[in-house]
Ligand binder design. Sequence first.
Ligand code: UDP
Ligand code: MN
Length: 431
Amino acid sequence: MTKQTCGGMVALFRTVVGVSLVSGLLVMLLWSEQQVGVKTPAHIHFHAHARGIPEGGPNSQDAQDTAPDSSFQSLSVKFGAPRTVLSSHNITFLGNKTVEAGVTTSPGHHEATGQSSHVPAQASHAPDTTTSINGSKLVFTIDQSDPSPATPKIYVITPTYRRPEQVAELTRLAQTLMLVPNLHWLVVEDAVAPTRRVLSFLDTCSVPHTYLLEFVVANKPLINKCYVPYRQPPSLAGRQGMASRRYKGANKPRGVSNRNAGLKWLKGHAKEGIIYFADDDNTYDYRIFQEIRETKQVSMFPVGLVTRLGVSSPIVSGGKIIGFYDGWIAGRKFPVDMAGFAVNVKFYLKKNAPLMPYNVGFEEDGFLKALKIKPEEIEPLADNCTKILVWHTRTVKSLPALKMPDSDKVTKTNLNYLKSQMVFQLPYGLS
Ligand code: UDP
Ligand code: MN
């Protein structure tokens, strides 16, 4: 073999090795991408659970988490019957409508309110901060301008319960609410006694708030200045046991008794304003509050990350709500998420201040039906439901922390202070 042939062989060998390495890498990449895209049954379980709906129930056929294969864009349907439920349980339309696919209304136009419902981010009178990094301009604009006295107050009802991530959730929510003027936050805890960490969190919370304990042990305020007693109706005591915290599980309504405690408080304390149910674990763009302030009776808007469809939203055409896009229609008249609507206080009181039913999956529907509003009267917000400004996010559950040792390293150091801010695993497996 000549030196040249030998050199050629080496080069060939190198090329072959190089090419196979690169293609191997490519195959690996493609494979891992596929793995990311694979939908396991576990995903499906997760999403069914995300609606607080048990797998297979309450109505097992309807509760199925339908894959979004019948894409909205591909629909062009004529409807004869009122409230036709479309295939895949995803879309429901109201009334006799001929509907062309897609949301046809133009973004940026508020037909429901007749005017722009909030000051756009670049509005001249909103205080803004402009900064520049490497020549690229970043603009942070927050509408903190004092609302006029006529501006209705927003009452945000947040059900919450003791768990390791509770204060983290409340912190995130509070720091969104801090951006909203003229708001009152009703933090309603589902517990037999207030959680100390929550009360101390509220002590330093600048958002105007009232803490409500959904279950009252004594007949008088327990500790805090913001504590307001609420007695559970005897009729519910049996169903609820000691506290609705005990009344939990996949097929139990979560946060209902606390929301109802908030509603009862409102009945006694508010004459006007807007009601909004904001779970502690969702994610809110502060602009959703500018939107809901315009609510005259009942308003609705899209909520992201709801079921496998990724969004739950009214379907809007010509500025009117003509149906609903939701992964779980289940015969509901109003197949919407808890975070997807707001109610005017005056309107609520006029309709005899109904409470939310203890009916898993049907809490929103039952409440909205009790308000006796016609679907066509509902005000679509977020630019005719073209914007997602709230998401039904869910936090990965953290286990309660293991006990800290009682040694000097804890009791005589900063660790002792951290202790009071954590949720520990209790003995006997309780938490
Ligand atoms: N919640 C409550 N008590 C419970 C479970 C939940 O007060 O036993 C509250 C919770 O803090 C949240 C709302 O009810 O604000 C909805 O609960 P969760 O987020 O667990 O339900 P999902 O959004 O998964 O349906
Ligand atoms: Mn949630």
